[in-house]
Ligand binder design. Structure first.
Ligand SMILES: NC(=O)c1ccc[n+]([C@@H]2O[C@H](COP(=O)([O-])OP(=O)(O)OC[C@H]3O[C@@H](n4cnc5c(N)ncnc54)[C@H](O)[C@@H]3O)[C@@H](O)[C@H]2O)c1
Length: 267
């Protein structure tokens, strides 16, 4: 008989990057509700503190995923106080919104460095402790943009890299009881959309019409999926990507209708 998950009773210690707002804050809240000790990290410490205070009982720590020094110092300080982390959620991202040929290097390099470089830095800092403890779960917040073309080329290329990093690390750390998975959200109304909504106030309504479920997602839709993959109920799930996209990656009937290809009228 398999012994199953190692320890389902001790409280888990979970660190989320970019958790001051949006999806990251919801992940922190849901993991806290599930009994984890939650460390809300962000490059914006004031906002992280405000989020940790709203959650109650969570800790806020400054962590800039673009800086090796910041990552090492934050992880060193957190693990010396709390012990090794059980859960790492690589959630921080920025997304430039320019046509491919006009994205200057100082802009696209930030997209790539936050999304992919950040996850690499965090995984390098956290995985050795998980390997030693022979326990741990990493959940990378990828995107439907990592699977198909939906614009935002440089951000999307970094998300595709994150999907492959997930598989590679799952294969390498699985033997030590450490799981590495990802989620791929579709459109979720968060501050990351603010720039686009400023120029097109109906952008999210338009997006909703393409989704098979007729709506965009909520931060809780994503947070619940992350909590599942991070927890012991997913103890033999390793190296997967879980789309949280209302079925978008399955296809879009609205798009099929628009191009005159739909043959079934379900209404
Ligand atoms: N909102 C969507 O439609 C959507 C869709 C697919 C995937 N996602 C992904 O979900 C995750 C969360 O996105 P969101 O919509 O909540 O965005 P958001 O802009 O609300 O939150 C991103 C957070 O990352 C932080 N951050 C930025 N640079 C950082 C750095 N260098 N170090 C640490 N933190 C940094 C920001 O301060 C912010 O709090 C991202 O990985 C994003 O790519 C979002």
């Amino acid at each position: 008989m398999s012994s199953g998950p190692r320890d389902t009773t001790s409280p888990r210690r979970a660190l989320i990057t970019g958790a001051a707002g949006g999806i990251g804050a919801a992940i922190a809240r849901v993991l806290h509700t599930g009994g984890a000790t939650v460390i809300v990290t962000d490059v914006d410490l004031d906002a992280a503190r405000a989020t940790a205070a709203i959650i109650g009982g969570a800790e806020a720590v400054h962590l800039d995923v673009r800086s090796e020094k910041s990552v090492r110092s934050a992880i060193g300080s957190i693990t010396s106080r709390h012990g090794p982390l059980d859960v790492l959620v690589n959630n921080a991202a920025v997304c430039s919104n320019l046509e491919f040929e006009s994205v200057p290097e100082p802009v696209w390099s930030v997209d790539v460095d936050v999304v992919l470089g950040g996850a690499i830095r965090l995984c390098q800092a956290v995985l050795p402790g998980m390997r030693e403890a022979r326990r741990g779960a990493v959940v990378n917040v990828a995107s439907v943009n990592g699977h198909r073309y939906f614009g935002n080329d440089t951000y999307s290329a970094a998300k595709a890299g994150l999907l492959n990093l997930t598989r590679g690390l799952a294969a390498q750390y699985g033997p030590y009881g450490v799981r590495v998975n990802s989620v791929s959200p579709g459109t979720i109304a968060t501050p990351i959309w603010e720039e686009r909504l400023a120029t097109d106030p109906h952008a999210l309504d338009k997006a909703a019409s393409w989704y098979p479920m007729g709506r965009v997602g909520t931060v809780d839709d994503v947070a619940e999926a992350v909590a599942f993959l991070a927890g012991d109920r997913a103890s033999w799930i390793n190296g997967i990507d879980l789309p949280v996209d209302g079925g978008l990656l399955a296809g879009s009937r609205a798009m099929a209708v628009d191009i005159g290809a739909a043959v079934v009228d379900a209404d």
